[in-house]
Design a binder for this molecule. Structure first.
Ligand code: 4NP
Length: 187
């Protein structure tokens, strides 16, 4: 599902505008971390005035859960924080994603390695580790799938902190775009 961020405080102009950039969140199964990141980041971007300006999506490097809704534990933690991720459906990363997205953010180092391996040769500059890109911390968002509900709470808090930092960074960047000649792909 690729959709512009929707929010409640931005103008009709912003809502009608074509998104100026696009971000794909990537994990292994696309049912736990990356759908949560998509929903949490959408809320953070809207809070930071970027509703309608950044398109978000998520995908998995594995295909086991294609077509499934997010894991009920991700849905529950999102719902507790006022975020609805129930309309999402898992999909697998495709070669096209490297054309379609300005930024591809892996949740952990193995996701980043899989993204780099799948990227067209010499074209992996848009691939980053999410927490490194957002917070300057080269850490994983740990995979909570085989653990308990606690893990999902911790994952939510980490994703929330990173999403807020990402939104602040993108708001600054979109208000003062890089001068011509600077690659936007590595924003
Ligand atoms: P995710 O978590 O990558 O955050 O969606 C997982 C979901 C499913 C599996 C592994 C991790 N699995 O092995 O099916």
């Amino acid at each position: 599902m690729l959709s512009p961020v929707s929010g409640n405080k931005d103008s009709a102009r912003a809502m009608a505008a074509k998104p100026e950039m696009s971000i794909l969140f990537v994990c292994l199964g696309n049912i736990c971390r990356s759908p949560l990141a998509e929903g949490v980041a959408a809320a953070a971007l809207a809070r930071n005035g970027l509703a309608g300006r950044v398109a978000l999506d998520s995908a998995g490097t594995g295909g086991w859960h294609v077509g499934s809704p997010p894991d009920p534990r991700s849905v529950a933690v999102a719902t507790r924080h006022g975020i609805d991720i129930t309309a999402q459906a898992a999909r697998r990363l495709t070669a096209d994603d490297f054309e379609r997205f300005d930024l591809l953010l892996g949740m952990d180092a193995s996701n980043v390695a899989a993204l780099r391996a799948a990227a067209p040769p010499g074209d992996d500059a848009r691939v980053h580790l999410f927490l490194d890109y957002a917070l300057g911390r080269p850490h994983d968002v740990p995979d909570p799938y085989f653990g308990g509900a606690d893990g999902f709470g911790a994952v939510y808090r980490t994703i929330q902190e990173a999403s807020e930092a990402l939104a602040v960074r993108l708001a600054a960047r979109l208000e003062s775009p890089p001068s011509s000649g600077q690659a936007s792909s590595t924003m």
